[in-house]
Design a protein around this ligand. Sequence first.
Ligand SMILES: [Zn+2]
Length: 269
Amino acid sequence: MSILDKRPALAAEIDRVAEVAGYLWEKGWAERNGGNITVNITEFIDKDIEAMPAITEPKEIGFYLPGLEGCYFYCKGTNRRMRDLARKPMENGSIIRILPDCTSYVIIADHDIAPTSELPSHLAVHNHLIERKSPYKACVHTHPIELVALTHNNNWLRRDVATKVLWSMIPETKAFAPKGVGIVPYMPPGSKELAEATIRTIDFDYDVVLWEKHGVFAVDTDVMSAFDQIDVLNKSAQIYIAARNMGFIPDGLSEAQMREISRLFNLPK
Ligand SMILES: [Zn+2]
């Protein structure tokens, strides 16, 4: 028995998580247990799920997150591999219910699989999105090779330097990652400070945040859209690197061409 049985909409949502997990592995962005995905699935919760008993004792989140009252999330399991999640999402992740105290959660399905160690930071971001009445429901953290490589040089860490170069590689990058990339300086993985800095950067109006010398954290309406934003940005980084490997610095689209793209696609920046 699975919570997904006879719930085609919820099952389809979890399928999308599994599909993205497979892409992360295929792209080489998810070595071993690298990366995390959490999705707010509250819209798929019915009365029967609300009545389902917890299969674990309550666990502390480590934050007080009042926006999450009554929310449910699918979370990748800690120490689980994306490549395994791609085939068996309910054996490498679980569904949690936030308890009314908004400081703790229980697992309700399908198995007692502890969520990712990054759960507090993911939930803090979800809480922030809900408080801002954002339509965003998915958080994806992964290690895209070329984007991470950029963060190993100080020049690329200055505000919007990476955004401008990445946008200028092909027109679609600006169209489909229209807020560019925010930068968070190096902080220990799983730390409260990294979570808080990520939220601050999202608040500066970025959907995709580069964590220096570590990876990417992206938010969007659903897991596929969050993945797509990372994918188009990393494609631009690859084009830049390909040009450098051919022995020249790529010109990039001109300022006028970039402004024209913003007009054509009605973009915010
Ligand atoms: Zn990571």
